[in-house]
Structures are given as C-alpha cells and as structure tokens.
Ligand binder design. Structure first.
Ligand SMILES: [Zn+2]
Length: 117
C-alpha cells in the first residue's frame, strides 16, 4: 500500500532522502558470510558440488530478498524511515551527502556544548 510520494522528511522537512531496501544490513552480511564459510569448508573437503551449490543457494537467496523486500526512504538528517511510500524517483545512498549531514550534526553538537559552558 502506497501512501503518496513524499518530497521531504515527515519529521524534519528535510528534502534529502535516500532509498534503500527494508532489510537489516547486518543480517544480509551474516547470510553471505555464513554461505562463504560453509562453501569454504565443503571446498576444503573436495566436495565441489556442495561448495558451488552453497554459493548458488546464497546467491539465489540474496537475489530473492532483493526482489521481494520493499523499499523505504531514509532521511539524511534525522534518519527517519518512511515505510509504505512511493520511492520512485528518489536516489540511492550518496556518501558525499551523508558526510555533509554528519558534519552538520557534529557542528551543531559542538555549538550546543559551547553554549552550555
Ligand atoms: Zn528527517
């Protein structure tokens, strides 16, 4: 169900949002790591069919998750995740933009700390 196409963050009104899969990245890395280790163990015991089969299974699982998991929009400033929205036309993650907002947060934090002291 789509609840419209947001042009800015619903929480802080920031127009910079990135699109990503609604799936925990750590779990994705864990799946690939377990597949690689399992495949290496089969390879070490010269079980080539099982070694390649494990890699193929992990690749299929990864592809399936990529296809079936829905997209979410994440705000660069406050990291709010917008679910059930139309993500069409929004860009993928941009490291340069992320760094800009990270530096902004550091400056604001330092300014708040100096104002207290
Ligand atoms: Zn925001």
């Amino acid at each position: 169900m789509s609840e419209g196409r947001p042009t800015c963050c619903a929480l802080c009104q920031n127009p910079d949002l990135w699109r990503q899969k609604n799936f925990p990245q750590g779990l994705g890395v864990l799946i690939v790591a377990v597949g690689a280790v399992t495949s290496s163990i089969f390879y070490a015991y010269y079980m080539m069919v099982w070694a390649m089969g494990t890699l193929m299974l992990v690749a299929l699982l990864d592809m399936g998750l990529y296809i079936w998991m829905p997209d979410v929009l994440v705000c660069y400033r406050c990291r709010a995740r917008h679910l059930n929205v139309d993500t069409e036309g929004h860009p993928d993650f941009d490291h340069e933009l992320f760094e800009k907002y990270r530096q902004e947060a550091i400056r604001l934090e330092e300014a708040a700390r100096e104002a207290k002291s």
